[in-house]
Design a protein around this ligand. Structure first.
Ligand SMILES: [Zn+2]
Length: 78
Protein backbone atom coordinates (compact mmCIF):
# COMPACT_ATOMS: atom_id res chain seq x y z
CA UNK A 1 0.00 0.00 0.00
CA UNK A 2 1.15 3.48 -0.70
CA UNK A 3 -0.04 6.37 1.38
CA UNK A 4 0.02 9.94 0.25
CA UNK A 5 2.24 12.41 2.07
CA UNK A 6 -0.63 13.71 4.15
CA UNK A 7 -1.55 10.23 5.36
CA UNK A 8 2.07 9.42 6.09
CA UNK A 9 2.20 12.52 8.26
CA UNK A 10 -0.87 11.53 10.25
CA UNK A 11 0.09 10.34 13.71
CA UNK A 12 -1.84 7.23 14.73
CA UNK A 13 -2.92 6.25 18.24
CA UNK A 14 -2.63 9.75 19.63
CA UNK A 15 -5.60 11.69 20.99
CA UNK A 16 -6.50 15.09 19.64
CA UNK A 17 -4.66 14.79 16.32
CA UNK A 18 -6.48 16.59 13.53
CA UNK A 19 -6.99 14.90 10.20
CA UNK A 20 -5.82 16.33 6.93
CA UNK A 21 -7.96 18.10 4.37
CA UNK A 22 -8.21 15.25 1.87
CA UNK A 23 -10.00 13.08 4.40
CA UNK A 24 -13.73 12.74 3.88
CA UNK A 25 -15.94 11.28 6.56
CA UNK A 26 -17.91 8.26 5.40
CA UNK A 27 -19.35 6.88 8.61
CA UNK A 28 -19.86 7.71 12.25
CA UNK A 29 -20.91 5.31 14.94
CA UNK A 30 -21.62 5.94 18.58
CA UNK A 31 -21.54 3.04 20.93
CA UNK A 32 -22.47 3.14 24.55
CA UNK A 33 -20.48 0.63 26.51
CA UNK A 34 -22.63 -0.67 29.38
CA UNK A 35 -21.65 0.89 32.70
CA UNK A 36 -18.87 2.71 30.91
CA UNK A 37 -18.30 5.44 28.39
CA UNK A 38 -19.63 6.34 24.98
CA UNK A 39 -17.25 5.55 22.17
CA UNK A 40 -17.37 7.49 18.92
CA UNK A 41 -15.90 5.80 15.88
CA UNK A 42 -15.61 7.86 12.73
CA UNK A 43 -14.46 6.39 9.45
CA UNK A 44 -12.69 8.54 6.91
CA UNK A 45 -11.51 7.98 3.38
CA UNK A 46 -8.58 9.83 1.89
CA UNK A 47 -9.53 11.24 -1.49
CA UNK A 48 -5.89 11.39 -2.51
CA UNK A 49 -4.67 7.85 -1.87
CA UNK A 50 -7.79 5.89 -0.92
CA UNK A 51 -6.62 5.04 2.56
CA UNK A 52 -9.32 4.28 5.09
CA UNK A 53 -8.82 5.71 8.56
CA UNK A 54 -10.79 5.32 11.74
CA UNK A 55 -10.84 7.93 14.43
CA UNK A 56 -11.72 6.65 17.88
CA UNK A 57 -12.83 9.04 20.53
CA UNK A 58 -13.71 7.95 24.05
CA UNK A 59 -12.94 8.88 27.59
CA UNK A 60 -11.52 5.53 28.51
CA UNK A 61 -8.17 3.80 28.52
CA UNK A 62 -8.56 2.36 25.03
CA UNK A 63 -6.69 3.47 21.96
CA UNK A 64 -7.42 7.04 20.96
CA UNK A 65 -7.20 8.88 17.72
CA UNK A 66 -6.34 7.63 14.27
CA UNK A 67 -5.91 4.06 13.15
CA UNK A 68 -5.22 3.03 9.58
CA UNK A 69 -7.73 0.45 8.39
CA UNK A 70 -6.71 -0.31 4.83
CA UNK A 71 -6.00 1.21 1.47
CA UNK A 72 -8.21 0.56 -1.52
CA UNK A 73 -5.26 0.55 -3.83
CA UNK A 74 -3.41 -2.21 -2.02
CA UNK A 75 -1.55 -4.19 -4.64
CA UNK A 76 0.38 -7.12 -3.33
CA UNK A 77 2.57 -9.51 -5.22
CA UNK A 78 4.04 -9.43 -8.71
ZN1 LIG B 1 -3.93 9.78 1.80
Amino acid sequence: MSLCANCLALIPDAPGVAGHRALRIVDTQRRKIPRSVTVTLSTFRCTDCGAMWRYREAKDDGPQGWALLTTETASEGS
